[in-house]
Design a protein around this ligand. Structure first.
Ligand SMILES: Nc1ncnc2c1ncn2[C@@H]1O[C@H](COP(=O)(O)OP(=O)(O)OP(=O)(O)O)[C@@H](O)[C@H]1O
Ligand SMILES: [Mg+2]
Length: 336
């Protein structure tokens, strides 16, 4: 039996851009799927196809047991959506925005009012509840938009980058709300640029690139695929980064990544502590000063980088560029 969210071979083209190139997903009821991928990977397009906002060219989608292409109206009644860009009515107050959503869903006025008050409290908007939304900060709008998606607690929820633009405290609070929601049985698909968020909230993670799911599994499974430990070095002198990289390339077993501004180099290794000692000796021989060095297990960041050739959280910076031009593949084959 397919899960609460199911997609098979979704294809969507815009002119000559193949935004989705055969997306397959299966999200069991009551679980959270984190959709991760660089800018332009096709995350929003996937969400829009699954939520009936966009018709795929081909493929199949079933949400909450209903065929999305055949019965979009029925699907709309069983889902909640919070889009990548907050959709709130600027001229209504926070409270009015939420009450309006309740009424759209045919709640009684009294019930809509009570639900609005409850959500305003939960999302820390009670103090601003009776001000027009146009006076809200970006983070407040974001929270109002999410609250609006939760007015009717639908069985299946979609959240496209729910915490982008929130400060760390608000992000943490939202995670708590999401956990509560899921513990109540809601199935959730969320997209995120924050690997920590996927690690924290998602049962399963699907990595999307160029309109396809290139890897899927739990965070631990994905990390295990990326291989063993890494040696991470911070060199003292920026001028010596190139030489240090050469040392790591010779002794490591995989691609060396260099972060210029932090002077940090990372390389996958086999051989653990022994190899660490060897790297320290070699750097010392070449007179390269070290601020910090250590062995660490792979993070979800490493997974993302090795699969897509992109660091994840720096992706925010190149939002405005054409996504397929900025992409530089690292030559590694994606696993699936
Ligand atoms: N309405 C549209 N018209 C033309 N091209 C589009 C349209 N929507 C999306 N695309 C293109 O489809 C591809 C996938 O876009 P999508 O918005 O799904 O990416 P994303 O993974 O959500 O990226 P981001 O992380 O930046 O939100 C991109 O190349 C994008 O430019
Ligand atoms: Mg998007």
């Amino acid at each position: 039996m397919p899960g609460a969210i199911y997609a098979e071979g979704l294809v969507k083209t815009f002119g000559d851009v193949r935004a989705l190139d055969g997306v397959d997903l299966d999200v069991p009821e009551g679980t959270v799927l984190g959709l991760l991928g660089p800018n332009g990977a096709g995350k929003t397009t996937t969400v829009r196809c699954l939520t009936t906002l966009l018709r795929p060219d081909s493929g199949k989608a079933v949400v909450a047991g209903v065929d999305v292409l055949r019965h979009p109206d029925a699907v709309r009644r069983s889902i909640g959506l919070s889009g990548q860009f907050a959709a709130v009515d600027e001229y209504l107050t926070g409270r009015e925005n939420l009450q309006m959503v309740g009424q759209l869903y045919q709640m009684r006025a009294k019930a809509a009012k009570a639900r609005a008050a409850e959500l305003l409290e939960q999302f820390h908007l009670a103090d601003a509840a009776d001000r027009p939304a146009k006076t809200y900060s970006g983070g407040m709008r974001r929270r109002l938009d999410l609250a609006a998606a939760l007015v009717v607690s639908p069985p299946v929820m979609f959240m496209d980058e729910p915490t982008t633009g929130l400060d760390p405290r608000n992000r943490q609070q939202l995670w708590e709300v999401i956990k509560q929601l899921v513990s109540g049985g809601t199935t959730l698909l969320l997209t995120t640029q924050y690997l920590e968020e996927a690690d924290h909230l998602a049962h399963d993670i699907a990595v999307v690139d160029h309109g396809r799911v290139i890897a899927q599994g739990t965070s631990d499974q994905l990390k295990a695929r990326t291989g063993g430990e890494r040696v991470e070095v911070v060199v003292q002198d920026r001028e010596r980064i190139a030489t240090a990289a050469e040392v790591l390339r010779n002794l490591g077993k995989g691609e060396t990544t260099v972060e210029e501004h932090t002077r940090r180099l990372t390389v996958p290794v086999s051989g653990g502590a022994k190899l660490l000692a060897e790297i320290i000796r070699e750097l010392d021989t070449r007179g390269i000063g070290i601020d910090d060095i250590g062995l660490r297990r792979p993070t979800l960041d490493d997974v993302f980088l090795s699969l897509t050739g992109h660091a994840a959280e720096s992706a925010d910076q190149d939002r405005s560029e054409a996504p397929h031009q900025q992409k530089e593949r690292n030559g590694k084959e994606a696993v699936k």
